[in-house]
Design a protein around this ligand. Structure first.
Ligand code: CAP
Ligand code: MG
Length: 441
C-alpha cells in the first residue's frame, strides 16, 4: 500500500470526483491507517507494496484524502476523473462503493455523498419528463398529485386489479401503480394486467374528465424482457412505467434510460431494498447517493420518504433527499452530509411520499413537502371503511381543504368520506400535535 494518500493541503480541482465517508477504524487501527487503506483499495492499490505500480501512474490516479474530522469519523476524498469510466454508474460504484465496505481494517464505512464534476454530469441525460414534464402530462399545474398502490400487493387477478384501479381513479386518484413485488405472476400476468388496467384507465378518464395515469411494473429478469414490457405498455397507449431500481441494478436503469429516449415513457423509481444499504447510519450508502444516481441516470419520479408514515427517515434527512431531487444548485450541509452539487441541465425529478400514509396526514404532508410531491396511499385508500373509491375521495377532500386553508374537522361537515377516514384512523394532527401546528384542527 502506497504512502501519501492523506494530503490535507490538497485542493480538489474542478475535475475531481469528491466523496464524503463516515469511516470507523477497526480495533487497533489508527484513523490515518484506515483512511489510507480505504483510499488505496477504492482506487489503484492493494494491501501490500506492489512492484507493478509505476510512480507516474500512481501520481496521476492516486486519490487524496484532503479532509479529516476524527471527532465525527468523517473524511473527504478527491478522486481523479480519469480513474472512472465517466458514463458508467456501475464502474463508479465498483470503485468508491465496492471492496472498501468489506475491509477488516474498517469497523464501519458509509458513503455519505458523491459530488460529480460538470464533466461527469454532462455524460448523463437526466429525467426525460422530470417534475414539470409530469405536471404537463397530467395537466395538474400546482397541487400535490394523489396516487395509490393497488392492494393487496399481490394476489388479485388481472380483472380484479383493473377494477380496484378503476375505482381509485373514479374517486380522484391521479395515478395508480402496481406494487413493487407485482410483476408477472401466474394469477396476474403482465400483459393481461396492463391491457385491462389501461382500458379501465381510459374509462375513468372519460367519466371524470381528468387525466389518469397507470404505472405498470416492468421489473423483469433480463434487460431484454424489461424493454419488451416497456414497449408493450407504450403500444397499449400507456404513458408510465415503474421499476424496482435496487433489485434490477444500475446497468438495467442506464439501459432503460437509453431506450426511453425513443420510448418516451415516464419512469417511476421504486426504491424497495434500499434500506439494506441506507438504513444503518454508520455503514452502507446514504439514500442521498441513491437519489443522486437516480436523477443523474434519468428516472422521472423517486420515493424519498414520508416523515409521517411507516418507513424510517427523519424529516431533515428526507428533505435533504427531496432537495437533491429538485434543486439545480445544492449547497453543502456538513451536518446532513450533503456535498455541494451543481446539476447543470439535469432536470428535477418528482419526489414521491409513500408508505403508511392515510388521508388525515395530508395537511402535515403539505406542510412538510409543499406542493411538489406525489402522495401515494395504499392501505390509506383501500382500507377506507366505505371502499376504494371513497378512500380516494377522502384524499382529494383532505387535499382540497388543506390547499384552501380549511381544517379537516371543518371539511368533515360536508365530506362524509373524509369523516369516515377520520373516524377510522383518527386525525393525524390531533394524534401528533407536536408534529404540526394546524389552525383549528
Ligand atoms: C406503500 C407501499 C410502498 C412502500 C414504499 C408498500 O403501501 O406500496 O411500496 O411504502 O416505501 O408496499 O408498503 P401503504 P418507500 O400505503 O399501504 O403503506 O416509499 O419508503 O420506499
Ligand atoms: Mg409497495
Amino acid at each position: 500500500m502506497l504512502k501519501g494518500y492523506i494530503d490535507l493541503e490538497y485542493k480538489p480541482t474542478k475535475k475531481d470526483v469528491i466523496c464524503k465517508y463516515y469511516i470507523e477504524p477497526a480495533k487497533g487501527i489508527s484513523f490515518e491507517q484506515a483512511a489510507t487503506n480505504m483510499a488505496g483499495e477504492s482506487s489503484i492499490d492493494t494491501w501490500t507494496d506492489i512492484l507493478t505500480l509505476s510512480p507516474t501512474l500512481a501520481k496521476k490516479l492516486k486519490p487524496s484524502v484532503f479532509f479529516m474530522d476524527k471527532k465525527r469519523n468523517t473524511i473527504k476524498v478527491a478522486y481523479h476523473i480519469d480513474l472512472f469510466e465517466i458514463n458508467s454508474i456501475p464502474q463508479f460504484l465498483s470503485s468508491i462503493a465496492g471492496n472498501i465496505f468489506s475491509m477488516k481494517l474498517l469497523e464501519n464505512l458509509r458513503l455519505q455523498d458523491i459530488s460529480f464534476p460538470r464533466e461527469v454530469i454532462k455524460q448523463f441525460k437526466g429525467p426525460k419528463f422530470g417534475l414539470q414534464g409530469v405536471r404537463k402530462l397530467l395537466k395538474v399545474k400546482d397541487r400535490p398529485l394523489i396516487g395509490t398502490i393497488v392492494k393487496p400487493k399481490v394476489g388479485l387477478t388481472s380483472e380484479k386489479h383493473a377494477e380496484v384501479a378503476y375505482n381509485a381513479w373514479l374517486g380522484g386518484c391521479d395515478i395508480v401503480k402496481d406494487d413493487e413485488n407485482l410483476t408477472n405472476q401466474k394469477f396476474n400476468q403482465f400483459e393481461k394486467r396492463a391491457k385491462l388496467t389501461l382500458k379501465a384507465r381510459d374509462k375513468a378518464e372519460k367519466e371524470t374528465g381528468e387525466r389518469k395515469m397507470y404505472m405498470c411494473n416492468i421489473t423483469a429478469p433480463t434487460c431484454q424482457e424489461m424493454l419488451r414490457r416497456a414497449k408493450y405498455v407504450k403500444e397499449l397507449g400507456g404513458e408510465y412505467i415503474m421499476i424496482d431500481i435496487i433489485p434490477v441494478g444500475w446497468t438495467a436503469l442506464q439501459t432503460l434510460r437509453e431506450a426511453n429516449e425513443e420510448l418516451g415513457l415516464v419512469l417511476h423509481a421504486h426504491r424497495c431494498m434500499h434500506s439494506a444499504l441506507t438504513r444503518n447510519s454508520k455503514h452502507g450508502v446514504n439514500m442521498l447517493v441513491i437519489a443522486k444516481l437516480t436523477r443523474l441516470i434519468g428516472l422521472d419520479q423517486l420515493h424519498v420518504g414520508t416523515v409521517t408514515g411507516k418507513m424510517h427517515g427523519e424529516k431533515d434527512e428526507v428533505l435533504a433527499v427531496r432537495d437533491e431531487c429538485i434543486l439545480k444548485h445544492v449547497k453543502e450541509n456538513y451536518k446532513l452530509n450533503v456535498l455541494k452539487q451543481d446539476w447543470g441541465n439535469i432536470k428535477p425529478l418528482f419526489p414521491v411520499a409513500s408508505g403508511g400514509l392515510q388521508p388525515t396526514m395530508i395537511p402535515e404532508l403539505v406542510r412538510i413537502f409543499g406542493k411538489d410531491i406525489i402522495m401515494q396511499f395504499g392501505g390509506g385508500i383501500h382500507a377506507h371503511p366505505m371502499g376504494t373509491k371513497a378512500g380516494a375521495m377522502a384524499c382529494r377532500q383532505a387535499l382540497d381543504a388543506t390547499l384552501k386553508g380549511v381544517s379537516l374537522s371543518e371539511a368533515t361537515k360536508t365530506n362524509k368520506e373524509l369523516k369516515a377516514a377520520i373516524d377510522k384512523w383518527g386525525s393525524y394532527e390531533k394524534l401528533h400535535p407536536t408534529h404540526s401546528h394546524a389552525a383549528g384542527d
